[in-house]
Design a protein around this ligand. Structure first.
Ligand SMILES: CC(=O)N[C@H]1[C@@H](OP(=O)(O)OP(=O)(O)OC[C@H]2O[C@@H](n3ccc(=O)[nH]c3=O)[C@H](O)[C@@H]2O)O[C@H](CO)[C@@H](O)[C@@H]1O
Ligand SMILES: C=C(OP(=O)(O)O)C(=O)O
Length: 425
């Protein structure tokens, strides 16, 4: 098992390249199952979740070629779905990555049947998939849940329908959107998620011949087509990785430019960083944050679906509040158990009180390094951030969580002057 050791104290300075978005590339890789020919994806981040998805697609029979990429286009992957021969996503793979449930819609729509293990809960909450199932049923699918598997079938083509999600769900919207792309007639998805990753998925599907309108709004219109062809797509930059590096710069009082970013996907995060006292300059694909050596000011925030403040940045801002000037109140409204990082941050000396879905963080002058344990992906990121400003060494265990969603994080942070290394334990 590997660990990360961070020695705190260095202000981060310099430039860092942002990778393709985990939450865009995972549904896009699954969407390639819908095509009749090979699909070439560029700007694919080298993440554990991408490897798991490739394994799953391979298990279904798809051909997969990894290409280290041409200059400026990042790593590439070509998925050839024409050899798919199985429609079963087994528990062994799904349990390691919830996003595996995203093969449900494509397998059902394209191959007529799907058996996908129920993903189950995870550290941050119970995370049911009832909306995925109801949405596909609205398109005419016959679905049962047996022996821990979602078993879906269709008779003839799926039929376009109007479906209103009970709550905003990102992967739920993606599953139903992918299935509707090959349905007969028009589907209208109401109360759809508006995350930039949904837009990227729709852009990819449209590049393969789908006819999807208004992705990025709460009402997506999908005119079903009979088939999708092969093609190519360049994945959107990761807004959560971007936000994490910007918080690192703000906490350490540094000056960092993130390259290959999409500033327009980060309005709520940039706004909070400004409230924390950062000077921020933005152009088309770069963001520069200059903290000028100042201590950040505490910020209050409430997580909510896009375009509001993302739950995937909550833990990182909690770390910032831990060393900020003042008291910051954080409300988590998306996941019922997304404060697992609190007890680990407290081990570093943070002053945090949790009342239900609210964490009240009183900034302290300094944290001190300690051994801590990562419990989920963004909790891990918050511990790395706290380690960057803690006095002495912070050793973070269970970093496989971090590797699910951050490409070369220690190399990228080292490039900005952080003292961070990975060790085998
Ligand atoms: C791979 C991916 O894109 N993951 C993201 C996705 O997760 P994911 O798509 O799993 O999260 P959802 O948007 O579905 O979850 C939002 C809320 O809806 C609830 N819910 C969801 C579906 C359902 O059928 N029933 C139900 O009750 C969930 O328990 C949660 O409380 O969006 C989350 C919220 O922005 C992010 O934190 C994750 O990083
Ligand atoms: C919760 C996250 O991811 P996932 O939905 O893949 O667990 C995340 O990216 O912070």
């Amino acid at each position: 098992m590997q660990k990360i050791v961070v020695e705190g104290g260095a202000a981060l300075n310099g430039e860092v390249q942002i990778s393709g978005a985990k939450n865009a590339v995972l549904p896009i890789l699954c969407a390639t199952l819908l095509a009749d020919g090979p699909v070439s994806i560029t700007n694919v981040p080298n993440l554990h979740d991408v490897v798991t998805t490739a394994k799953l697609l391979g298990e279904l029979g798809a051909g997969i070629t990894v290409d280290e990429g041409t200059l400026g286009k990042g790593r590439g992957m070509v998925i050839d779905p024409t050899s798919v021969h199985s429609h079963v996503a087994p528990y062994e793979l799904v349990k390691t990555m919830r996003a595996s449930v995203l093969v449900l819609g494509p397998l059902l729509a394209k191959y007529g049947a799907a058996e996908v293990s129920l993903p189950g809960g995870c550290a941050i909450g119970s995370r049911p998939v009832d909306q995925h199932i109801k949405g596909l049923q609205a398109l005419g699918a016959d679905i049962s849940v047996e022996n821990g598997y979602i078993k879906a079938r269709r008779n003839g083509r799926l039929k376009g329908a109007r479906f209103v999600f009970d709550m905003v769900t990102v992967t739920g919207t993606e599953n139903v959107l992918m299935a509707a792309a090959l349905a007969e007639g028009t589907s209208v998805l109401e109360n759809a998620a508006m995350e930039p990753e949904i837009v990227d998925l729709a852009d990819c599907l449209n590049a393969l011949g789908a006819n999807i309108e208004h992705a990025g709004s709460g009402r997506i219109v999908v005119h079903g087509v009979e088939r999708l062809h092969g093609g190519s797509h360049h994945v959107l930059p990761d807004r959560i990785e971007t936000g994490t590096f910007l918080v690192a710069a703000a906490m350490t009082g540094g000056r960092v430019t993130v390259r290959n970013a999409r500033p327009d996907t980060l309005d709520a995060v940039i706004d909070k960083l400004k409230q924390a006292g950062a000077e921020i300059a933005v152009d088309a694909d770069r963001i520069t944050l200059d903290m000028g050596g100042r201590r950040p000011k505490s910020v209050d925030l409430t997580t909510a679906p896009h375009p509001a403040f993302p739950t995937d940045m909550q833990a990182q801002f909690m770390a910032l509040n831990c060393i900020a000037d003042g008291v910051g109140v954080i409300n988590e409204t998306i996941f019922e158990n997304r404060f697992m990082h609190v007890s680990e941050l407290q081990r570093l000396g943070a002053d945090i009180r949790v009342e239900g879905h609210t964490a009240i963080v009183r900034g302290v002058q300094k944290l001190s390094g300690a051994p801590v344990m990562a419990t989920d992906l963004r909790a891990s990121a918050s511990l790395v951030l706290a380690g960057l400003v803690a006095e002495g060494a912070t050793t973070i265990d269970r970093i496989y969580h971090l590797d699910r969603g951050y490409e070369n994080i220690e190399e990228k942070l080292s490039g900005l002057g952080a003292k961070i290394r990975r060790i085998a334990s």
